[in-house]
Design a protein around this ligand. Sequence first.
Ligand code: AMP
Length: 453
Amino acid sequence: MSFQSLGLRAELIRAVSEKGYSVPTPIQRQAIPPILEGRDIMAGAQTGTGKTAGFTLPLLQRLISTDKPTTGKPGKNRRTIRALVLTPTRELAAQVSESVQTYGKYLPLKSAVIFGGVKISPQIQKLRNGVDILVATPGRLLDHVDQNTVNLSTVDILVLDEADRMLDMGFIRDIRKLLARLPRQKQTLFFSATFSNEIKQLANELLTSPVLIEVAQRNAAADRVTQIVHPVDRHRKRELLSYLIGSKNWKQVLVFTRTKHGADRLSEQLTHDGIKAAAIHGNKSQGARTKALADFKAGKARVLVATDIAARGLDINQLPHVVNYELPNTPEDYIHRIGRTGRAGNEGEAMSLVCVDELKLLQDIERLLKRDISRVVINDFEPDLSIKPEPINRGRGRQQQAARKPAAKPVGKNATSARNNSAQNNQRSSFKGRSNNQGRSQNRARHNAQGAR
Ligand code: AMP
C-alpha cells in the first residue's frame, strides 16, 4: 500500500517522500480515503500513530481541489479561513502547523497558527493578510473571536485534535462558543484517544454519519514500549534517576513530574548533578517552552522534565527513554506519557520510579493496562519497606491533598537485587492489590481493637 494508491496528489506525495515516508500508517490508510470523499470521521487514535498526516494530507487536497482563493470581501483579493484545526496545547498547535507547512509546501495555500502566551498583534496581522488553514488552541482563538479579528463563518473543514484532552483541560465551553461561530454545513474530523460519555455526546452533536476509525486499542502504544517499574524510596528518586542516566549513558530522556514546581526543582537538581536538563510546563513563557524543547531536540539538554499538560502532543522523533519520576494522577495520563516513546513503529523504554506512596496509582495503571508491569529493583536502591506511605502532592489545593487517603502499606520481604527473582516477586506482590486488602484489613483490625478498649 502506497500514498499514491490512497488517491493523493503528486504535490503531496512529493512532500511526504521528502519526509522519508513511503508506507502509510494504518490510520492514514483508513482516514485518508473517506476524508477525500468529504465524509465526517470519528477516529480513535492517539499520538504516535501518524494521525496528523492522516488528516493534514487529505485536508490540503480538499482545499486545493475546491480552491476559491479570492472569496474574501467583495473587491478584495483575500483568502478566507476554510479549514480550522483545534488542538488542546500550544505545542501541539505548533507541531500540527509545522506539518501543514511541510506537507503543503508544494501547494499554494496559506496557513497560520495562533495560541496564547505570545503577543496577539502579529497574529491579528497574519489573519488580516488572509489564511486558508488556521491551527489554534481554543482560548486564544476565542479572544480573536471576541475582538472580531477572525471570521470563522467560511470554515468548510473542522478538525478537533485530541478532543478528550481538550475536554480534560476544561475547554468545553470555549469549544462550544467557537462551534457556534462555524457554519452548520461543514466536514468534521474528530480525533480522540479515549471515548468517555462526554466525548461521545460531543461527537454525536458534531458529526453527520461519520466513518468510524479505530486503529488501535488505547493501550496499543503501551504494547510497543518496554515498561519497567523501579521500586525506590521517595527521597532517593533523584539519586536513582541520575544513576540510571549516567550508568546507562542515556542521551535523550523525557522525565515526567506531577507538578510544575517539581519539574523546575528536578531540572535544577539534575543540572547540579552535571546532567544538563530543561523544564517545560504551563508556568513557563511560550518563549521558554519553545527554547527548552528546541534545546532538547538539538541534544543541548539531555533531559527534558515535563508536566503532563506541557508534554501533550510533543512530537520528538524516536525518543528512546521516558521516565515517570512520579506516577500521574490518572492512569490514562500514564498511557499518554509512555506514548512519547516507541512512536511510529520504533521501540521504546518507559521506566517508572515508584515509591510506597504511589502504590494505589500503580494499581490503577495496571488495571487499565490489564497486566502487571515488571519490577526491577536496582542494587543499592532497594526500598526500605518500613517507610510508611504519605499522601501524594497532587500539585493542587491543600484540601485535596488532605482528603486523599494514603496508599496501603506494602507487605512482603525486602527485595535485594535486580537479579534476584524471588526478591522481585516479593516486591511485586507488595505493589499489588493484595497489599491494599491487607492494609484495609489491618486498619479494620486496629479499628476493632480500639473499639474494644
Ligand atoms: P502523529 O501521530 O501524527 O503525532 O505522528 C507520529 C510520528 O510519526 C511523527 O513523527 C510523524 O512525522 C511520523 N509519521 C507520520 N506518518 C508516517 C509514515 N507514514 N511513516 C513513518 N512515520 C510517519
